[in-house]
Design a protein around this ligand. Structure first.
Ligand code: SF4
Length: 209
């Protein structure tokens, strides 16, 4: 194969991928959904997977544009619904949450971390420097005889002094409590919104732990 220069292998040299017009039209009619995890443990994301085959019934009406499965960093098209897991603990979380607010009509806090900070907010009772020292300098699991150091790089997102619930950073429209919420609760909210009903989350599938 003739090597005529590196620029030939760059993506912008490739022909644009186009969907079949009929498929594109069908896709355009669907309600677009996006999901993201901020400062959490991804347990709430696993609750989405707990919907199992129940989610299949909605896939005729819904298309998921961004999720932890696709790992696309930005929302490529305006979405009707955005689900947020986790609280806000660094400047990247703030920027991501604002990006979701700007690109989603309806934004939903999913789980305790998104609603009030959850487990990561335990650090709110101590100074950030004290918290980092405890984690990296005094930690019993640090490498023995190594010089203790708090990691720093200008490439790392700056940590906020406190962990914030999402609604203290942007307006949130709905809240699904639990640590994690029941998959049935997430499905109920999604089903109500997709079918144009008032969101009504019965206490029988609400979790407050
Ligand atoms: S609410 Fe619970 S399950 Fe969800 S991200 Fe926070 S700690 Fe994990």
């Amino acid at each position: 194969m003739k090597n005529s220069g590196r620029s030939e292998i760059f993506a912008h040299d490739l022909p644009a991928t186009r969907l079949d017009p009929a498929l594109q039209a069908k896709r355009d009619q669907k309600i677009k959904v996006a999901m993201i995890g901020l400062c959490g443990c991804w347990g709430c994301t696993l609750s989405f997977l707990d919907m199992d085959e129940a989610l299949l019934g909605l896939l005729d009406k819904v298309t998921i544009l961004r999720s932890s499965i696709t790992d696309i960093k930005r929302i490529s098209e305006r979405c009707r619904i955005g689900f947020i897991e986790g609280g806000v603990a660094n400047e990247e979380n703030i920027e991501t949450l604002q990006h979701f607010r700007e690109n989603c009509d309806i934004l939903i806090s999913v789980g305790a971390c998104a609603i009030w900070g959850g487990v990561p907010a335990m650090r709110n009772d101590v100074e950030l420097s004290e918290c980092l020292d405890e984690a990296y300098v005094h930690s019993p699991t640090r490498v023995e005889n190594a010089i203790p150091v708090v990691p720093w790089s200008e490439d790392l997102p700056k940590i906020t002094t406190k962990v914030y619930p999402c609604h203290e950073v942007v307006k949130m429209d709905y809240f699904i409590p639990g640590c994690p919420p029941d998959g049935a609760a997430i499905l109920k909210v999604l089903d109500d919104l997709v079918n144009g009903r008032e969101v009504d989350l019965p206490s029988s599938i609400n979790r407050y732990d």
